[in-house]
Design a protein around this ligand. Structure first.
Ligand SMILES: [Fe+2]
Length: 240
C-alpha cells in the first residue's frame, strides 16, 4: 500500500476515534465525571480494575507478536518486542511497568493490589479481547494501531484524574510512571507504526484493519461506561 493511501486511512480512523472514543477526554470520561462523589472503597475498586486492564495490554502484546510474526510484519514484530522489553523494566531498573504503576498507585491513593479479581465489566472486556485476538493479522494490526493511537491521550486523562483524586499529591513513583510514558517511552510508538504498517498492509485487507481498530475502541469505550456504573453501584452495596 502507498504511504499516502495509508495516511488517508489513518486520518479517517483518527476521526472515528475522536467521535466515538470519548473516554480518552477528561471532560467526557464517565469516571472523570463521577469521581468526586466516590468514597475510598469506590476509588480502590475503580483503580484496581484499571490496573488489571493496563496489565492485560501486556499479555495482549505477547499474543499479538505471536500471531503476526507468522505472517511476516518484521518491523512491527521488532517494535512490539521492544515495547515488551520496556514493559519488563528495561528503563526502570528491572521493575516492570505494572510494578511501578501499582507501587505508585499504592503510595498515592493507598490502594492494595494483592488480591485482584476482574469485575463483571472487566471480565466482559477480557472476553472481547480474547475474541479480537483470535482474528487474522490485518484485524489484529488494526487493534494494535488503535491501542497505540489512544495511549498518550489515555495517560494524560488518567494523570488528570490521579491529580484530582490525590489533591495534586502524586508520589514520586507515580510521577515516574506517568511522565515516563507520556514524555519518553510511548512517544515513538504511533510514529513507528505509521512508518511501517503501510509496507505490509495490502488494500484487500484494509476493511479488516479498520474493523480491528473500531472494535477494540468500542469495547474499551463500553468498559469505561460500564465500570463507572459498576463503581457507582458498589457504593449502594456498601451502604445497603
Ligand atoms: Fe508501559
Amino acid at each position: 500500500m502507498q504511504q499516502d493511501k495509508f495516511k488517508q486511512i489513518s486520518n479517517d480512523l483518527m476521526i472515528f476515534k475522536k467521535n466515538v472514543f470519548l473516554a480518552n477526554e477528561f471532560d467526557h470520561n464517565p469516571i472523570a465525571k463521577s469521581h468526586k462523589q466516590f468514597n475510598q472503597d469506590q476509588i480502590a475498586f475503580f483503580i484496581q480494575q484499571w490496573a488489571l486492564v493496563a496489565n492485560r495490554y501486556i499479555t495482549n502484546l505477547v499474543q499479538i507478536e505471536k500471531t503476526i510474526s507468522n505472517d511476516g510484519w518484521e518491523i512491527v514484530v521488532t517494535m512490539i518486542q521492544e515495547i515488551i522489553a520496556d514493559e519488563l523494566g528495561r528503563h526502570t531498573q528491572g521493575a516492570t511497568h505494572y510494578e511501578v504503576l501499582t507501587q505508585g498507585l499504592n503510595e498515592t491513593l493507598s490502594v492494595d493490589f494483592s488480591h485482584l479479581t476482574p469485575s463483571k465489566t472487566t471480565e466482559t472486556l477480557f472476553k472481547k479481547m480474547d475474541h479480537i485476538l483470535s482474528k487474522q493479522t490485518p484485524y489484529i494490526i488494526g487493534t494494535l494501531y488503535a491501542i497505540e493511537a489512544k495511549a498518550i491521550d489515555e495517560l494524560l486523562m488518567f494523570k488528570q484524574l490521579m491529580l484530582s483524586l490525590s489533591k495534586n499529591n502524586l508520589s514520586k513513583t507515580m510521577q515516574i510512571f506517568l511522565d515516563g510514558h507520556i514524555n519518553e517511552w510511548e512517544i515513538t510508538h504511533l510514529e513507528n507504526l505509521n512508518n511501517s504498517i503501510y509496507k505490509y498492509l495490502i488494500p484487500e485487507d484494509y476493511d479488516k484493519f479498520r474493523s480491528g481498530f473500531e472494535d477494540i475502541l468500542l469495547a474499551l469505550n463500553a468498559w469505561w461506561i460500564n465500570i463507572n456504573q459498576e463503581t457507582l453501584r458498589s457504593q449502594e452495596t456498601t451502604t445497603a
